[in-house]
Design a binder for this molecule. Structure first.
Ligand code: TMO
Length: 313
């Protein structure tokens, strides 16, 4: 009797282990290296799971996102920023390698930023021409100033050259390293010129401004004769009212119509994004807790998204 039931249990195990796995492959969301994107990726993953979609999260730096999204290794990138990713995203879309999810209801900016006490030391800011006269403020008196960039593709050296500026560029490795430097320099009231963006947590916590470079146009990047410098391109700033989009893979719709429809309806505002950034960077919540808190505060947005989606759980 006892043996029989053991045999039965063993048999049940065997049977189970030979049941073919569901043929679906998980929907893969890309988690990149700045706070709002990370929180929103975890929040979206949770929403999809709650609606019966199998998901996984793949961590990556920003540069290889296009490779992942175009080769079936990832399906979702929730924050594509015009200033740092616009041209690459447009190229990938034109080649049919990635699709747009939505254009969020947000206006974005990514550019050189400084805390406001710097204006006394370099009069004329935020106008960029002030930087031609006082690079030394940004390096403790050397003739060349220091600019701290992030790991997102910006041709800062080309812009520095085209605008006759004397700055060197140090690339920090993540949003976390940028945050640390901002906190530290402001605590010591040290001059700082650093890459920053909006919406972000910074504007809610510190006074500061973006440098007003010559206004962005596409021609600035393609026609040397355009603008301040007749010989070089990139003599302009990033877009001051840039777009924000989500990107999805060409596979997503066939993988999961529910996940696809969520991505066609999930639209964020500046406030939604700033909240996500501050839960991680100001409140210092662990990532899962930050995502959960964001979802609790944004229940209406999620309800709207789901009511427009084709998930039936
Ligand atoms: C891509 N980012 C928002 C950090 O500039």
């Amino acid at each position: 009797m006892r043996n029989k039931s053991l045999a039965f249990i063993a048999g049940a195990f065997l049977t189970f282990s030979f049941v073919p796995k569901a043929l679906s492959t998980p929907v893969t969301l890309l988690e990149l290296d700045w706070a709002s994107q990370r929180v929103l990726t975890h929040a979206l993953s949770q929403v999809m799971q709650d609606n019966g979609v199998e998901t996984e999260i793949r961590k990556s730096s920003a540069a290889p996102q296009w490779m992942f999204l175009s080769t079936g290794k990832a399906d979702v990138q929730v924050e594509v920023w015009e200033g740092s990713m616009g041209p690459k995203f447009s190229e990938m879309r034109e080649r049919g390698l990635v699709l747009e999810g939505v254009t969020h209801n947000a206006k974005t900016r990514e550019d050189w930023w400084y805390p406001s006490y710097v204006e006394e030391l370099c009069p004329g800011l935020p106008d960029w021409k002030a930087l031609q006269k006082c690079p030394g403020v940004f390096s403790g008196g050397d003739s060349v100033g220091h600019y701290y960039s992030g790991p997102w593709e910006k041709p800062d050296r080309a812009r520095i050259r085209a605008l006759d500026l004397e700055f060197d560029v140090t690339m920090l490795k993540s949003g976390g390293e940028i945050n640390e430097r901002i906190h530290k320099y402001i605590a010591d009231k040290k001059p700082l010129m650093i890459f920053n963006w909006s919406p972000n947590w910074v504007e809610a916590v510190y006074d500061g401004s973006f440098v007003e470079f010559p206004e962005y146009t596409e021609e600035c990047e393609t026609r040397p004769s355009w603008g301040y410098n007749k010989k070089f391109t990139w003599d302009c700033g990033n877009p001051a009212g840039g777009w924000l989009k989500s990107a999805i893979s060409t596979d997503l719709e066939s993988k999961s119509s529910c996940a696809y429809s969520i991505m066609k309806n999930f639209k964020l505002t500046n406030a939604d994004i700033a909240l996500a950034a501050s839960l991680l960077d100001v409140e210092k919540l662990p990532i899962e807790k930050a995502a959960q808190t964001w979802l609790e505060k944004k229940q209406d947005l999620i309800d709207q998204t789901l009511s427009a989606s084709s998930c039936n759980v």
